[in-house]
Design a protein. Structure first.
Length: 110
């Protein structure tokens, strides 16, 4: 089984586990080409540490691009969970000219 697939399954099955969070942060850093604190990998148990190293090795191979996208998606969902903030219909404002809101018409004639 590929490390990328193993990591995705781990992240999806245990999203609050510190190892899942660390691996998700690693994945997002790789995906965004951002910095990652390598000492975070050392906090993992040896099995997860090896998985992190395997992810690094596999990440370099472009042929796993589609699987990386699925892993990035799973990682993004636990690091930046979607918020359910639907607009309140009572708070909605209508963007209309002031004359229409006041109930008057303007003719454009002075």
């Amino acid at each position: 089984m590929l490390a990328i697939k193993k990591a995705r399954k781990l992240i999806e099955s245990n999203p609050t586990d510190p190892a899942s969070i660390t691996l998700a942060e690693l994945v997002l850093s790789l995906g965004n080409e951002a910095s990652f604190n390598l000492t975070d990998i050392y906090t993992l148990d040896y099995k997860r540490f090896e998985l992190a190293l395997e992810i690094l090795a596999e990440w370099r191979l472009d042929r796993y691009y589609a699987k990386k996208l699925r892993l990035i998606d799973a990682s993004t969902q636990i690091i930046n969970p979607p918020t359910d903030k639907s607009p309140d219909p009572d708070q909605a404002t209508i963007d209309a000219p002031a004359a229409e809101q006041a109930g008057t018409k303007t003719t454009g004639v002075k």
